[in-house]
Write a protein that binds this ligand. Sequence first.
Ligand code: HGY
Ligand code: MN
Ligand code: MN
Length: 415
Amino acid sequence: MGQLRIDGNRLWGRLDELAQIGAIPETLGSSRLALTKEDGLARDLVVSWMQQLEMKVSIDAIGNVVGLWHGPDTDRSLLPVMTGSHIDTVRSGGRFDGNLGVLAGLEIIQVIREQNISTKHPIAVSFFTGEEGARFAPDMLGSLVYVGGLDLKTALKTTSVDGKRLGSELEDIGYNGTSPCPGIAPKIFLELHIEQGPVLENEGVDIGAVENVQGISWTELIIEGQSNHAGTTPMEMRKDAGYVAGRISTYIREISNKIGGTQVGTVGKIDLVPNLVNVVASKASMTVDLRNTSEQMLREAEDCLASFCDQIAFQEGVEITNKSLARFEPVEFNQQLVDQVISTAENLGYTTRRITSGAGHDAQMLARVCPSAMIFIPSKEGLSHNPAEYSSPEEITAGANVLLHMIMDAAEVNS
Ligand code: HGY
Ligand code: MN
Ligand code: MN
């Protein structure tokens, strides 16, 4: 068994084929926001690969897809060993974020079948709905419902940034499945993912054994001011929502630097009304993304934001309302599995190190119901959520080989 390896060319080929759906011209990237037509087509392609591998495909009521593989001597009563990730992308997405974890899972099933390996436990490969949260907040929405962290009815009623209802978008692409939510808690959950940061590449390390995921806090702020003439309105008379949005944006940078450590803060979205060159903006809708590995420091950053909003609202005479879009505490993965990522990588001759995930992942939700861990591979220049996102064929092969051996170990190969 120790000599078994995945077929890196085949995995690379599938990543390339999937990336063509929603391809961003002249780049390697894809744009497949959750539950759009492109997401539906991508789902159809991955489901067709699952069917070619004779996996039993189930779709649950929030659109999570689970492909289940049983070998000839598999005990179907045993809990499955599950791997997977997501195939939805942000609007400026790369081809590896999420997709690698799902397609590496299918590659493993193909290798196990070709080698006539039979495992005691079934093996499941899943992709979860709307991991990115970019269209329907919160992020990891599908896996959160899968583990019972968000009730199905509330999830189906979620409205997207473009004003659509999640339940109807799911129906439109034909993925309003019938399998129950929450789903079966697997024996373990392992997710292969690109690091999306600079650490592994900077240190020349092949494999990251992810110990934890930092806490995430997404807030939407609606700033209500007063539209007025850009030329005639004296500065002291203005209730300028655009100015307030700008001040909050620079404040987020300042407070993140002041708190330091792992604190990060992002204003990724600002929409102004009426958004015209000669009109003082009456309204601004914006989002703030705060993250920290420490729950206590994340709360501190949230408190600083709240008091700054009160202060600037009073000074400028605007109203600011806020709504939480996502709030997840930091998550620790199963340390035994993390140790096993390290030992498996070393046995396969890869260099490895423990690492924290700056990004949110489905694995952090599955960690609520079963032992879970993640395997990272390097990202070129630490880039992600960018069409130029890149990991090499060698790097994706190394990650998938570590996943292969951990899955086989957990699924217990029948001798
Ligand atoms: O936002 C995140 O961390 C992930 O990409 N959903
Ligand atoms: Mn991802
Ligand atoms: Mn992402």
